[in-house]
Write a protein that binds this ligand. Sequence first.
Ligand SMILES: O=C(O)CCC(=O)C(=O)O
Ligand SMILES: [Fe+2]
Length: 297
Amino acid sequence: MATLKHLNPDCSTDEILDVLDEDAGLIIDNLIDKDQINRINSDLNPYLQVDVFGRDEFTGFKTKRVGALIARSEACRELALHKKINDVSKKYLEPHGDGYQLHFTSAVCIGPGESKQILHRDRGIWGGYLPRKVEPLMSTIWAITEFTKANGATQVVPGSHKWDKDRIPTEKEIAYAEMKPGSVLLYTGTVLHGGGQNETIDESRTGVFLHYALNWLRQEENQYLSCPPDVAKDLSPEIRSLIGYSKGGYVLGFYSDPYDKTATYESVSPENMFKDHLNDDFSSLPDPTELVSKSTK
Ligand SMILES: O=C(O)CCC(=O)C(=O)O
Ligand SMILES: [Fe+2]
């Protein structure tokens, strides 16, 4: 059976990037402690207790999915900003864009009796339009419960990011992301993976999914609606920027305040929405001449 490499929590960004290049999936063991897991559980339990099962084979009739984790959970906001994960996302996605954003948040709880999910590449959410040379995603699944092969640990096919798109893995080529609570699976948008079958009678498998994408792509979970301005205003500038209340590049994602008749907030960065004076720091933005040079790339 194929296996995923396990790294220690003190591993370097470069070590992680090397394994991502080779396998496109890996586990970092024990990256968060019991206290953080308890806080995630108490934030999410009220939502996970409700029956919010999937509505088709892919989302799973015995699988619960809860989103809007940035608005709903302080502990998940901390996870989303985890330094090691952000360092990896930044470096991994750097060759393909000016920056990255949080693109998807979900607590996924695979219940007893769930069947295995079809293997897929998450980049498929953008259709077949992205050329294969563009890597759009660096994704995480944080184990909140233990992940075992029996209770639905994620299936991952190491190395399948280099495969022809129609190649189908044999059983032996599929690894299972078995890990203890507090460990995290990192995987890219191009690796074949899918939820595992839960053949237990009474065990649920819960993971917190936080996916990071290039900032020039549309987010899978619309963060501006899942964490609207009246919630975002009370969050930190870092998390607001990560979910998209910031500009990606010279003009990408600017806004104009529809209620402002003074034209103070005309074509400015969304960060200004949460300030009482205009602050558009153009010196930190890419050179506008790149708009011309890059348009012919
Ligand atoms: O639940 C899992 O382990 C994986 C789910 C997944 O890959 C998906 O829904 O896209
Ligand atoms: Fe997936």
